[in-house]
Design a protein around this ligand. Structure first.
Ligand code: NDP
Ligand code: DXP
Ligand code: MN
Length: 409
């Protein structure tokens, strides 16, 4: 009798729609998530959405998705959110604590798609509350990878990788024993400067760096991609996510962004994850995992693509990748420092306060000075990671303020 009840519960569970919280609902990943949810024929319901400062855009996505709760991090966005939700039963809230409240709404899956380190606290709160997290926000793992992975194990919850390379690798790995994996390779598009000289890259403008050849993404990740810092952050992300050390992680430049990740095994077999460059593919995979749903995501047309090319990354023209790889190899909290300094440097580049090649230089200086004076240490907890992050930001801002010279580009 008990077995029959269990079976019935399992059937009921499988039949009911999955409930979702979307953190970063107004961004590039957030909008693609909304498209998947709306096209999934009632397979999903949305409990809560959260955004940064655009209350009007958040209200629109909350209405589209029928969310019950909408939280905007910046209190200045509240009036717009409240006004745009009038006449609905959707509750509006504002402030960082309200974003955490959204993350803690009862749901089957939380989509972690806030840009940057602002995503760490709410995403961690969802994980600690036992939610399955579909993780787009790579900065969570770069800033506090140990804490996230430990918490996932302690809460018995899963982190499902949304980042295209990690999602492809996750699918290509299957349930392989880690000991049988010789190498995990992440591909990099090479970004808009793949064929540029070092001098040209050094003088690149924000507009040029924001012009990614294959993906339409938010500004932070697009700038990261242009200097290959994104690939460095992704190596660190892969290290924590898959539990594989730096020596078994590799990068290949693959301009077509069709093969997103590869896994080479001890018997010589290689499996790979392929898809058209459309984030709706990994988003749908994570939201429906372990099942699959039907989507209108772009289909891969290999004959149309014609040629797939692969080359080694150039560490001279793209020093950010070397700096990130060094941080991964050295550990001791350097990924946390790297992540924080990079965010400040990218912000400064976008405000034309520094030139493109100074991003990697600033980040390397932050890592070196953290090593020299003891700031770099393995963060034991999320609070510890955020304290190192904060201290690094203050130093990086101080270094920026002390820079002679006017705006560039
Ligand atoms: N875009 C992509 O294709 C990919 C992105 N990723 C990763 O996914 C994450 C999101 O990227 P992307 O969608 O491109 O970024 P976007 O800049 O497009 O969107 C960021 C989202 O985060 C919100 N946000 C910002 N600050 C806060 C905050 N303090 N609290 C709550 N919400 C906040 C923004 O709201 P508002 O607009 O109001 O500020 C917006 O909804 C990043 O970590 C990125 O590296 C990974 C792989 C691919
Ligand atoms: C879509 C995605 O996953 C991005 O993180 C992507 O990797 C960016 O492209 P690059 O390969 O140019 O960094
Ligand atoms: Mn990626």
């Amino acid at each position: 009798m008990e077995r029959i009840i269990q079976l019935r519960q399992a059937v009921d569970e499988a039949a009911r729609p999955r409930s979702i919280v979307v953190l970063g609902a107004t961004g590039s990943i957030g909008r693609s998530t909304a498209e998947i949810i709306k096209g999934a024929d009632g397979a999903f319901t949305v409990e809560a959405v959260a955004g940064g400062r655009d209350g009007r855009a958040l209200a629109q996505v909350a209405r589209e998705l029928g969310a019950k709760f909408a939280a905007v991090a910046d209190p200045d966005g509240y009036a717009d959110l409240k006004e745009a939700l009038s006449g609905t039963s959707i509750e509006a809230a504002a402030g960082p604590q309200a974003v955490i409240e959204a993350a803690l709404h009862q749901a089957d899956i939380v989509m972690g798609a806030i840009a940057g380190t602002a995503g760490v606290a709410p995403t961690f709160a969802a994980l600690a509350a036992g939610r399955t997290v579909a993780l787009a926000n790579k900065e969570c793992l770069v800033c506090a990878g140990h804490a996230f992975m430990r918490q996932a194990a302690a809460s018995g919850t899963r982190l499902l990788p949304v980042d295209s390379e990690h999602n492809a690798i996750f699918q290509a790995m299957g349930d392989a024993d880690l000991a049988t994996i010789e190498m995990i390779t992440l591909t990099a598009s090479g970004g808009p400067f793949r064929t540029w000289t070092a001098d040209e890259i050094a003088r690149a403008t924000p507009e040029q760096a924001l012009n990614h050849p294959n993906w339409a993404m938010g500004p932070k990740v697009t700038i990261d991609s242009a200097g290959l810092m994104n690939k460095g952050l992704e190596l660190i992300e892969a290290h924590y996510l898959f539990g594989v050390e730096a020596a078994r992680l590799d990068v290949l430049v693959h301009a077509q962004s069709v093969v997103h990740g590869l896994v080479a095994f001890s018997d010589g077999s290689v499996t790979a994850g392929l898809a058209a460059p459309d984030m709706k593919v990994p988003i749908a995979h994570c939201l429906s995992h372990p099942k699959r749903i039907s989507t209108k995501a772009r289909r891969l047309d290999l004959a149309g693509v014609g040629q797939l090319t692969f080359e080694r990354p150039d560490f001279e023209r793209f020093p950010a990748l070397r700096v990130a790889l060094d941080a991964l190899r050295m550990g001791r909290g350097l990924p946390t420092v790297l992540n924080a300094a990079n965010e400040i440097a990218v912000e400064a580049f976008l405000k034309r306060l520094i030139s493109f090649h100074e991003i990697a230089r600033m980040v390397e200086e932050a890592c070196n000075s953290a090593l020299a004076d003891g700031l770099a240490r393995e963060p034991e907890s999320i609070e510890d990671a955020l304290a190192i992050d904060q201290a690094t930001r203050e130093r990086a801002r101080f270094a920026l303020a002390g820079r002679a010279g006017a705006a560039v580009n």
